[in-house]
Design a protein around this ligand. Structure first.
Ligand code: ATP
Ligand code: MG
Length: 233
């Protein structure tokens, strides 16, 4: 394991305006994640898990504090520079999938590589959709897919640029147990073969127990940072 973290979060706070007051959603969170680590963020609904994941991936800015991805402080970067950094290093599976409604499953999966102007990407998109069990749904639009199927498209899309850092918000939240275990295996395979660092938000303790480390959020505070027993893969 390298000595330099791929993700370094230092003293971040996130505050939202709420009427005339302000609401502190994350309060002084610090942790580092090293290349190849697997890490679960757990905690009750509303504890700030999705907010934290979005900040770590550079999708939003903290109110204060620093986030470094691969030694780059992302706060001074403008929108385009952050998008470029995400495209280069990061895959993200959103809790609400965020598929583009006017594109088919195949087209949605190809978007990150098209942004990188890569060619011959259809084969890889097809292979990934096959791996998540959607070989027969390549030309379906999101409205023609079930919730679990949309989630699998979102997962295939997150994998396609072979990210060094994969963030997944409830990646198995809408899946039956069989598909869920296929997806989990896929996530951990990716972690092992490509040394992709995984940071997952989950309510599923059986998934959390497979990661190397569990961060527990409670009311916007990092309550615990536990190293799991050697990975039970
Ligand atoms: N854009 C926003 N404006 C104002 N408040 C927000 C915004 N986004 C999130 N919040 C608040 O921040 C808190 C944390 O939200 P977040 O989505 O991070 O929770 P979570 O831990 O992911 O919950 P869940 O398990 O239900 O997904 C919530 O109380 C929510 O109301
Ligand atoms: Mg959430």
């Amino acid at each position: 394991m390298s000595h330099s973290p791929i993700l370094e979060v230092q003293h971040i706070c996130k505050t939202y305006p709420s009427g005339t007051r302000s609401l502190t959603v994350l309060n002084d969170i610090s942790f580092s994640v090293f290349p190849g680590e697997t890490c679960a963020i757990v905690g009750p609904s509303g504890s700030g898990k999705s907010t934290l994941l979005g900040l770590c991936a550079g999708l939003d800015r903290p109110t204060s504090g620093t986030i470094r991805i691969n030694d780059t402080d992302i706060s001074p970067l403008d929108e385009d520079e952050r998008a470029q950094l995400r495209n280069q290093y990061i895959g993200f599976v959103f809790q609400t999938f965020q598929l583009l409604p006017t594109l088919t499953a195949m087209e949605n999966v190809m978007v990150p590589l098209e942004l990188r102007k890569e060619r011959n990407i259809a084969g890889r998109a097809e292979e990934l959709l096959d791996q998540v069990g959607l070989r027969d749904r390549l030309d379906h639009y999101p409205t023609q897919l079930s919730g679990g199927e949309q989630q699998r498209v979102a997962i295939a899309r997150a994998f396609i640029n072979r990210p060094r850092l994969l963030f997944a918000d409830e990646p198995t939240g809408n899946l039956d147990s069989e598909t869920s275990s296929t997806i989990i295996d896929l996530l951990f395979d990716l972690n092992r073969y490509h040394e992709t660092t995984l940071v997952l938000v989950t309510h599923d303790m059986s998934l959390a127990s497979r990661t190397g480390r569990i961060l527990k959020l409670s009311g916007g505070v990092l309550e615990r940072d536990l190293q799991n027993e050697p990975q039970n893969l």
